[in-house]
Design a protein around this ligand. Sequence first.
Ligand SMILES: NC(=O)c1ccc[n+]([C@@H]2O[C@H](COP(=O)([O-])OP(=O)(O)OC[C@H]3O[C@@H](n4cnc5c(N)ncnc54)[C@H](OP(=O)(O)O)[C@@H]3O)[C@@H](O)[C@H]2O)c1
Length: 345
Amino acid sequence: MKTYNVAVAGAMGLVGSTMVRILEEYDFPVNRLKLLESKEWVGTPVRFKGETLYVEEGTEEAFEGVDIALFATHEAVSARLAPAAAKRGAIAIDNSRHFRLDPNVPLVVPEVNPEDLKWHNGIIANPNCTTIGTIVVLKPIHDLSPIKRVVASTYQAVSGGAIRGQLELKKQCVDIAAGFEPSPPSVFAYQIAYNLIPFIDVFEADGYTREEWKMIHETRKMLHEPNMAITDTAIRVPVLNCHSVSCNIETRDKVTVEQAREALSKAPGVKVVDDIEKLEFPQPIRVSGGNLVHVGRIREDFSIENGLNLFLVSDNVRKGAAQNAVQIAQVLVEQGLVEEWQRRS
Ligand SMILES: NC(=O)c1ccc[n+]([C@@H]2O[C@H](COP(=O)([O-])OP(=O)(O)OC[C@H]3O[C@@H](n4cnc5c(N)ncnc54)[C@H](OP(=O)(O)O)[C@@H]3O)[C@@H](O)[C@H]2O)c1
């Protein structure tokens, strides 16, 4: 079997370290794995497939000889290094927001629009973590009847703020339980323990946050529906991991609850967890660490003619980032697109 030289940039971060684990879990055909990081991490040992690898510095030259470069870095680093990797013949799969809306860069969730991988030019973007979980559920419904409008409210875990975000929640919970004032926030705008914060990321002039616009623009791009009506409210909640989304969906034609449930139960990457008798519904603590997006509370919206309500939960670090990137790499390998790019570049 052909094997590939793979690099993970940001390998010690929350998403990057999860990528390394998923490459191993998926038994990805790795020839050589390069772990790239900021200077601070150089020389750190990491176990991979029974071997000890040592972290190297993430520079432009580090991508020499790399076939697939997975980026789990922040925007400025990705913006600089992903084109450098592509220039050296690698296909870069980036998790930052930098390339997502670039018309020359495919934005891909393999369960939804794998066909878009064919027109890449060396860089492929991974969507926002909340968008990925949501679109995996929207697509099977959109295939039953075109979606006219989506109203989403997202309940996003502190892991969206990386390991620092998780530590901030844990520390504040410990402080409060011990009877002290919670330590002041540094990752989030306000205390997150015993609270929620009804905005994520910076505000735009229209009163929406950048996080909310990501979901709107990225969903339209991947479904190839530039005018689809979508609105979103992004909320940070004191959950360690997994983003939840409450979705109201209006379709052109009637989609019954039974039809939606059947389509979702057959959809790749989705698990229907929806049992009123047993009180089984999607919950972050049950989804964390898994590969599937859980969907439940599927019911008719009686306030409009063709409406559905549902609630979904996905692991934002895995499916929302690391796993989706590795799945993209798998499709590139299966379709011979890595070799095709090396001939083209
Ligand atoms: N967390 C999530 O749920 C999530 C979901 C979807 C997408 N994303 C996106 O994924 C990316 C990574 O997020 P994260 O949560 O994993 O953040 P993170 O834990 O802060 O990881 C980013 C890593 O990149 C490293 N880095 C800095 N300069 C580098 C260089 N020149 N070469 C290689 N690595 C370098 C950082 O090292 P230092 O800390 O030493 O600078 C850090 O370890 C971000 O773009 C984020 O927006 C995150």
